[in-house]
Design a protein around this ligand. Sequence first.
Ligand code: IVH
Length: 686
Amino acid sequence: MTQNQPNERITELRRLLASYSYQYHVLDSPTIDDSVYDSLFGELKKLEAQYPELITPDSPTQRVGGELLGGFKKVAHSMRMLSLNDVFDQAEVEAWVKRIDKLLPGRMHEFFADIKMDGLACALIYQDGLLTQAITRGDSFVGEDVTANVRTIKNVPLRLIAARKPTQRLQGDTLQNDTSKFLVGRTEIRGEIVMLKKDFVALNERRKEAGLPLFANPRNLAAGTIRQLNPKLVAERPLSFRAYDLLRDNPRDVPTNSFAYEAIRALGLAANLQASIFTSLNGVMQFVHEWDTKRNSLPFNTDGLVIKVNDRAQYVRLGTVGKQPRAAVAYKYAAEKATTVVKDIVVSIGRTGAATPVAVFNPVVVAGTTVQHASLHNADEIARLDVRIGDTVVIFKAGDIIPQVESVVLELRPVDAKPVDYKRLLAEQYPELEFDRPIGDVVYRVKGADSDLMLKRSVQYYASKGALDIDTLGEKNVVALVDAGLVKDLADIYTLAVDDLLQLDRFADVSANKLIDAIAVKKTPPLEKFILGLGIRHVGTQTAIDLANTFETIERLQQASMEQLEAVDGIGKVVAESIVAWFADPDNEALIDKFSSLGVVPFYQKKTGKLVGQNFVITGSLDSMTRDEAADRIRSLGGTFQTAVAKDTTYLVAGGKVGASKLKKAESYDITIINEQELTKLIEDS
Ligand code: IVH
């Protein structure tokens, strides 16, 4: 079986998700990260949306969220336990505020924001100050009675304490109202049951010592624990409760959300001290950014923030849509892991001759940016991961910047996926080169590649007539500069100063100044020349022009996917792979950054000229000019110079006699055949 068929992929995804879900809910021992589960679930949902006829009632997507398990008494909530709409960036927060403004025109609103804890929601019911019931969210209307288990949580008071006197208040508390009334009648406190990171680590350490399997993450463990039917077992697992809401029969008892937090603390429960009031969207966004960088230092796991309208009367007036209140949103930080399928493994040869394998995959969003390839570093890493073409892999962002392949989802491996034979891969992709792996080195290198020699060649190529055409930077000068250690990569030529050159025998005042000036004037090269100058394998003059015309900036070319590249006329799989591999090589990424930090800014000029859209092939030799001259002239008028007759060729220029097969091909494509005089006329008439 291969997984090219959507129905096969769907079946496999379902099987795998069901098994993960069993490990999580039943065995209480999840084997994967939540974001990996979410990513696979997302893929399934997308496929089912595309092929609704393939949806089956047992698909995990058909399960209603928070379905009740047996074993616990069902209890109706006094007020629905809602969930929140997710927002992911400032624009979405702004749109949310706009909607509120529209519904409550002219009203000033204050916001109240808190860290969103990654645990499970629970409602605690206190009657006359005494804990009588604890209920999970369930399906939002009806939850499960988990009172016995919640009683084992040490920071859940079994009896609320009387409000502290002002002098005893926590720092920052500004409690204006009397909270003693909360000790009378029904007080419902809602919050999140979490396992603190330190407790989770300690628990796993104890399990390790006892030779027991380790738990994968605190949220799943907390959720699984609270659903244990044996409270004794729950008591062995250190859970904590942090409140975020207080409900009374009379809503006026709680005028604002910030007041609810103060009252909660006064009654003896924990509420996050990070929560704050904000009077502007700017303040909220600052809070968002602050916690994006600091969130790892929190004692519990979080995946975002909760932002609410502070005034409870406004909150109620805004109402709900479906399961979500309009007056609050969850700001979600981007997932740092996702899954995708490896479509190809390509190899890039760096300027030192080192071969770097690169995995190319279906584009996927990780930590907020689209990722379509990742360096696999070397053959050992490929072997360690045992990554194969067709594999579903988990991608994460190391240091939040560089995408990396973390692991392979073995269960989703197509049966025909072959292990990567790295030596064969090298031979296939670089038949003209030989490679070896120096002893003690993890990297394969081009045999006999003297890195200085490769560097000299690449600088020479960059400076050559067809590329940047840098006056006086010919072979001998390049050799002198590299040998003197003044140029260690392509971008270094832009760092040279006259004084550097004067230290070398080859240069005197005039020649040094001349070279420095010649380099300086090429700081804003035409994009196509710059692309050509990078020396990407298979990217010749015409391909460089086509790439420049399609992508218009080096950054867009750098981010282009295989699909986008292959969509360019004249670019096939091999060329596309070579381009992707080149830009995925970390050395080359650094090189591009270095160029731009040195002020090298390639420019793109939209094609103009009377030959735009016309494609030329020249066969035989011309009398009045060389083929290169003809090609240059055609290109300068916006035309394209092709090396072989293709469907989209406009003119076949016949220099001398045209071979019968070419003629036949040209005729079958209905291509106009012209002679040298007619070409000259086309070129000169402009
Ligand atoms: S306020 C309408 N504050 O996130 C619900 N919720 O998707 C308003 N959560 O169901 C809840 N930390 O279980 C709020 N500081 C916090 C929270 C928080 C975690 C959970 C809660 C809620 C879900 C919303």
